[in-house]
Ligand binder design. Structure first.
Ligand code: COA
Length: 393
C-alpha cells in the first residue's frame, strides 16, 4: 500500500481592524509601552469589531484557505475548529462553522489552549494518513479579548484576537506533516486557567464579583515551562522527521513572548533570523497564533515549495505541540533509508548534535554552581547533569 501524506494545500487569515496599542493600554492599567516592549516584544494587538464573532472570523479565514487550495466547502470531508473562545458552550464551534461555510461533512471543536491548531493539524494528519478522509479544514480562531480582565495588567497586555485556516489534502508523495509531538502536563492546569463559569464553579454573582470568569495566569510559571518546551519539543520532532535543525528553513514558534522565542533559538543553536515573529503586531492570539504566523510567512515569500518549516506551540493545560511540515512536495529523508550514504551522514551529524546538546546541558549549570560553591561544586553539579542527560539520550 502506498503511504499517504497530508499535504498543506490552502491557507488564509482574518484579523479584525481595531488595534489596541501599548499606548492605549497605558491609559487603562498601570503599565508602559517600554515595559511591554522589553518584556514581551508586543507593540499592538487586534480586538474584534462589533460584527466579528468566533464563527464569522473562522469562516472568513476558512474561505480564503479554500480559495488558495482551489476547492469548495462541499469538497471538505471534515472540519476541525481549534478554539478556547467559541460563540457558545453548546453547540461546538465546528458545527457553526460547517453550516456557515455550506459544507456537508463532520465537524468538531478542539480545545487545547494556544496549542489548539497544532493539535488540530496532527489530528487531520492522522485522519488523512489512515485513509478516513481526503480533505480537512483546520482553523485556529480566538476572541481572547472576551476572557480578558482589562484591569489586570499581568494578562491584558499579552493577548489579541485573530483567525487563520489551513487545508490539508491527501497526497501519495512526501509532503505536509512529516513528524509531530503532542504533550500535556495537567498538573500545572492552574498556571493558566479560567476558574469560574464552568460546571465546577458555575457562573454566579460571586464568580463575576471576584472576576473569576476571566483568565488567571501565573506568568513566570508559564514562562519557565514555555522556555523549556519550545526548544526541546522542536528538537525531538525534527529528529523524528529524520532531519537536523540546520535542515529547517523556518521555525514558527507560538507568538507569546519574544524572550521565549529567543531562549528557544539559543537552545536550538539556530540564528534568531530563522525564527518567524509577528507578535509585535498581534500579541498572543492563542490557537490562531501559529497558523497566522504560517500564513503571513507564506505571503511574505519566506516559505516556498520545497521548504521545511518547524512549528511549536504551548498553552493552557498546560499543553504543547510541535510539527514539521514540508511545503509542496519533498523526498523521503535519507535518515529513513536504511544502508544509505545519506543515512550514515545523518547519523554522524546527529551524533555531533548530541555531543553539543550534552555539552550545553552541562555548561548551563556549571556557572551557577561556580557562583554558589566554587570549582569543585560546579564540576560536581555539571557532572550530575551530564550523566542525567546522557542517560536520557
Ligand atoms: N506592566 C508593568 N509592570 C508589570 C506588568 C505590566 N503589564 N505586568 C507585570 N508587571 C510587574 C509585576 O507586577 C512585577 O512587579 P513587582 O516586582 O513589583 O511585583 C514585575 O512587573 C515583574 O513581574 P513578573 O511577572 O515577574 O514579570 P516577567 O518578567 O515574568 O514578565 C510576563 C511577565 C507575563 C510578560 C512573562 O512572565 C511571560 O511572558 N510569561 C509567559 C506568559 C505567556 O506566554 N502566557 C500565555 C501562554 S499561551
Amino acid at each position: 500500500m502506498t503511504e499517504r501524506y497530508a499535504r498543506l494545500t490552502g491557507w488564509g487569515r482574518y484579523v479584525p481592524e481595531k488595534r489596541l496599542t501599548n499606548v492605549d493600554l497605558e491609559k487603562m492599567v498601570e503599565t508602559s509601552d517600554e515595559w511591554i516592549t522589553q518584556r514581551t516584544g508586543i507593540k499592538e494587538r487586534r480586538i474584534r469589531g462589533e460584527k466579528d464573532t468566533n464563527t464569522s472570523m473562522a469562516v472568513a479565514a476558512g474561505q480564503e484557505a479554500l480559495k488558495v487550495a482551489g476547492i469548495s466547502a462541499q469538497d471538505l470531508d471534515f472540519i476541525i475548529v481549534c478554539t478556547s473562545s467559541p460563540d457558545y458552550l453548546l453547540p461546538s464551534a465546528g458545527s457553526l462553522v460547517q453550516d456557515a461555510l455550506g459544507a456537508d461533512c463532520g465537524a468538531v471543536q478542539v480545545t487545547a489552549g494556544c496549542s489548539g491548531w497544532v493539535y488540530g493539524a496532527v489530528m487531520a494528519d492522522a485522519l488523512i494518513r489512515a485513509g478516513v478522509h481526503n480533505a480537512i479544514l483546520v482553523i485556529g480562531v480566538e476572541i481572547v479579548s472576551y476572557g480578558i480582565d482589562y484591569t489586570d495588567r499581568k494578562t491584558c497586555v499579552l493577548f489579541g484576537d485573530a483567525a487563520a485556516a489551513t487545508v490539508f489534502q491527501a497526497s501519495d508523495q512526501p509532503s505536509g506533516i512529516l513528524a509531530s509531538e503532542l504533550g500535556s502536563d495537567g498538573a500545572k492546569a492552574q498556571a493558566l486557567w479560567v476558574p469560574g463559569g464552568g460546571s465546577a464553579w458555575p457562573i454566579s454573582p460571586e464568580v463575576v464579583e471576584q472576576r473569576q470568569h476571566y483568565i488567571q495566569m501565573d506568568g513566570p510559571e508559564v514562562f519557565k515551562f514555555a522556555s523549556r518546551v519550545v526548544g526541546s519539543s522542536l528538537k525531538r520532532t525534527i529528529a523524528q522527521a529524520g532531519l537536523l535543525p540546520e535542515d529547517i528553513d523556518l521555525f514558527i514558534p507560538h507568538q507569546a513572548n519574544a524572550r521565549i522565542i529567543e531562549a528557544g533559538a539559543r537552545f536550538m543553536r539556530q540564528p534568531i533570523e530563522k525564527f518567524y515573529m509577528n507578535l509585535q503586531y498581534y500579541g498572543n492570539t492563542s490557537a490562531a497564533s501559529v497558523p497566522l504566523a504560517l500564513v503571513e510567512a507564506i505571503e511574505e515569500g519566506r516559505l516556498k515549495d520545497g521548504c521545511k518549516v518547524a512549528m511549536v506551540a504551548f498553552g493552557a493545560g498546560l499543553t504543547w505541540g510541535s510539527v514539521v511540515i514540508q511545503m509542496g512536495v519533498g523526498e523521503v529523508s535519507p535518515a529513513h533509508v536504511l544502508f544509505s550514504a545519506g543515512r550514515a551522514r545523518y547519523l554522524a551529524k546527529r551524533a555531533r548534535e548530541t555531543v553539543l546538546d550534552t555539552a550545553q546541558a552541562a555548561w548551563c549549570p556549571f556557572i551557577p554552581g561556580l557562583i554558589r560553591g566554587g570549582v569543585p561544586s560546579a564540576v560536581r553539579f555539571a557532572l550530575k547533569i551530564l550523566i542525567k542527560h546522557l542517560c536520557a539520550t
